[in-house]
Design a protein around this ligand. Structure first.
Ligand SMILES: Cc1ncc(C[n+]2csc(CCOP(=O)(O)OP(=O)(O)O)c2C)c(N)n1
Length: 537
């Protein structure tokens, strides 16, 4: 009896595009394990640990642009998918959560390994199914803009399910889901542009296919732009004349330079940097508009989001001529000046953490795939990474910015034919040590896993004056690399090497040098202001 409902659920997933499956075996979901074991064309990944597995499935969904089901047994196993469901919800990833359950008659009984799994993911799985033997299931009305949950009630598993010779139909064409009201989107953009006062554009998480349309818009507008590394546009030479070079104190700095920002156009995800928190507290006449695939404004005081596939929204759109106050050029020039001084600081303090990130970026080859773990890596990258146009693909998980599941998400995103680099903080690494499980199964031949071991959660160091925020430690990661059979390297300086194969690299910044770096960095600003003022007089 379990076979039929198992087969129907898997076929329903295949009908909405699933070709990869992630399975965490347990007795209750053994019919799924058996069905996928005999399935010849689907690509199945077997995991012993559900939390890492679900983050891996999330990364794989993003890489393949197809829904990937992650399938668990009953009980707490199903709840391990929760963090990945939250991330998928806020980043619009069509992750399929399949939880095996005991028959409905067990609900509320407290019988072994039975829990209340129906609608388990609450807010985070808007579309849910609770199915049992005899039910049919059709997922084609699902919008694929976030997670889907299927809870499958199964009878007592048999030792020998009978799937032999039964194959899924994996050839069904899947049509795209979302559509946009173009006339409405364009008139909202026109309205926004018609009120422009000292505008700033911010580009954050973008899909590869949207980048060219965004470059065209930004160059046509000719307004200052702040570019997160995860937009994939940070190194684009066409945007250089408009790009802000620093990522902190943007609003104050602009005002001090005679360009008080009045309008912000956000393109893509919610930005990584401080500016987005500062925007929460600006005066009432700030006008913010977003063009994004997700519905979130990222601010409590506005919901102004033009939602849809970005390149589609921008196709055929001609932005009006925007006049930009000449002070914008003064501000951009000062930013470039500070950036020149920052390069000198990297040379002066080569073992400081941001300088090591700079040096690391310089050995990452063109066309590499780079994944930035949350916390300092994603911020230090934006500030420090080199800016030659290397056509990197840069990713991060910015849905809920968790430090969990980061290794697994990165491995799900890894692909063959390019060099893959994941860069993580040490606490982030500790969180997902089981994630390495899947490495031998991957088709990527070049994977570098980098941990920046600064001995704790150092993102908090400059914000809070007490060490309890930091979870300080003296752990070293060599045994972890050895446990997973990885080539281990420990770097206090970045050697000029060309990396091949799979490597685990522990980068150890010098604490004193890092402190000196930040002290000198704070002074760069003052120097640049004094010098540009003296040049003006
Ligand atoms: C799951 C989760 N728990 C807690 C946090 C809050 N948090 C943000 S950054 C951080 C510290 C990260 O430390 P580490 O990975 O060592 O990176 P570093 O700050 O040193 O770069 C914590 C605990 C979070 N984002 N996600």
């Amino acid at each position: 009896m379990n076979e039929e409902i198992t087969y129907r659920v898997l076929q329903a997933c295949a009908d909405v595009g699933a070709r990869e499956f992630v399975v965490c075996a347990g007795s209750r979901n053994s019919s799924f394990v058996e069905a996928l074991r005999v399935e010849e064309r689907a690509n199945t990944y077997y995991w012993p640990e559900e939390r890492s597995a679900s983050f891996f499935a999330l990364g794989l969904t993003r890489r393949t642009k197809r829904p990937v089901p992650v399938i668990t047994t009953s009980g707490t196993a199903s709840a391990e998918l929760y963090p990945a469901a939250m991330e998928a919800y806020y980043s619009g990833v069509p992750l399929i959560l399949i939880t095996a359950d005991r028959p409905r008659s067990f609900r509320g009984s407290g019988a072994p390994q039975s829990a209340e799994q129906e609608k388990l993911f609450g807010y985070y799985a808007k579309t849910t199914f609770d199915v049992a033997d005899g039910d049919t299931i059709d997922l084609t009305s699902w919008d694929r803009q976030g997670p889907l949950h299927i809870n499958v009630c199964l009878a007592e598993p048999q030792k020998q399910p009978k799937f032999q010779g039964r194959q899924l139909d994996l050839d069904k064409e899947v049509s795209p889901t979302s559509d946009v009201d173009m006339a409405d989107a364009h008139s909202r953009l026109d309205r926004f542009f018609s009120t422009m006062r000292n505008p700033l554009a911010i580009a954050s998480t973008l899909k590869a296919e949207d980048r060219e349309a965004v470059v065209q818009l930004l160059t046509a507008l000719g307004i200052p732009v702040m570019i997160d590394g995860i937009s994939g546009l940070r190194e684009d030479p066409r945007l250089r004349p408009l790009s802000l070079m620093r990522t902190d104190k943007i609003l104050d700095d602009a005002a001090e330079n005679g360009y008080p920002i009045g309008n912000i156009l956000r393109i893509g995800g919610i930005p990584t940097h401080r500016i987005w928190r500062d925007l929460e507290y600006v005066s009432d006449d700030m006008n913010v508009c977003a063009i994004s695939e997700m519905p979130y404004s990222g601010l409590s005081w506005t919901r102004n989001v033009i939602r849809g596939p970005i390149s589609k929204i921008l196709s055929g759109y001609r932005p009006p001529k925007v006049s930009v106050n000449t002070q914008a050029q003064v501000w951009l020039a000062k930013q470039r000046d500070i950036n020149d001084r920052l390069q000198e600081l990297f040379v002066e303090e080569p073992q400081a953490e941001p300088s090591l990130v700079r040096a690391l970026s310089s050995i990452i080859p063109a066309k590499s795939h780079i994944y930035l773990g949350n916390s300092l890596p994603v911020r230090e990258w934006d500030m420090s990474a080199q800016r030659d146009d290397r056509q990197w693909e840069v990713n991060a998980s910015r849905g809920v910015c968790g430090i969990d599941g980061q290794i697994s998400t990165f491995l799900g995103l890894c692909r063959p034919g390019v060099s893959n680099w994941g860069i993580f903080g040490d606490l982030t690494m500790l969180y997902d040590m089981a994630g390495f499980w899947i490495l031998p199964k991957l088709d990527s031949e070049a994977i570098n896993i980098v941990v920046i071991n600064n001995g704790g959660g150092k993102i908090f160091e400059r914000m809070y004056p007490y060490k309890e925020m930091l979870n300080l430690h003296q752990l070293k990661f060599k045994p972890l690399a050895e446990m997973w059979g990885l080539n281990y390297l420990r770097w206090e300086n970045i050697p000029k090497l060309q990396m091949t194969g799979c490597n685990f690299i522990e980068i150890v910044p010098d604490e004193a040098a890092t402190h000196r770096f930040w002290e000198k960095y704070a002074k760069l600003d003052e120097q640049a202001t004094t010098e540009s003022l003296s040049k003006m007089h």
